[in-house]
Design a protein around this ligand. Structure first.
Ligand code: RB5
Length: 158
């Protein structure tokens, strides 16, 4: 897989581990930085990875900041990006099965390397379930093109 990886200063240590791991597993990695511990603004890095995903330059993205949250909020502003903050095996699995997440957001400070390895494995190997989830993901895409008024009632759940 072609995977873009980026972090801010608070995720840079974990990023090095992740880049190495992904390369060992045979993936084609694009490391967009940051490369040092000097403070950088996470939206700038999120933008780079998100745009590579949006433009089809890579298949997936991985973003790391202190919490994983700022990166996720920023990346999701880019149309076509479905970024998910994952902290455990279940969120990693369901972000793929239900949400077809194409960007994985991780905390550089709250996860140990063993957990990260497992989350990455699950996230890269788990397919999208499709079916009713495809309809919902399509509605997410529609949100990127719609205004908020008039309000639309929710479709009754199946
Ligand atoms: C940077 O200080 C910090 O805010 C960032 O790494 C991240 O945790 C934001 O959500």
């Amino acid at each position: 897989m072609r995977i873009a990886v980026g972090s801010d200063h608070r995720g840079v240590r974990l990023k090095s581990t992740i880049v190495e791991l992904l390369q060992q597993w045979g993936h084609q990695v694009r490391d967009v930085g940051t490369h040092g511990t000097q403070s950088v603004d996470y939206p700038d890095v999120a933008r780079q990875v998100a745009c590579l995903v949006r433009d089809g330059e890579v298949d997936r993205g991985v973003l790391i900041c202190g919490t994983g949250l700022g990166m996720c909020i920023a990346a999701n502003k880019v149309p076509g990006v479905r970024a998910a903050p994952c902290h455990d095996e279940l969120t990693a699995e369901l972000s793929r099965r239900h949400n077809d997440a194409n960007v994985l957001c991780l905390s550089g400070e709250m996860l140990n390397e063993q957990v990260v390895q497992r989350l990455l494995q699950i996230w890269l190997e788990t397919p999208f379930d499709g079916g009713r989830h495809a309809r919902r993901v399509e509605k997410i895409s529609q949100l990127e093109r719609q205004s908020c008024s008039p309000a639309k009632p929710a479709t009754p759940p199946e």
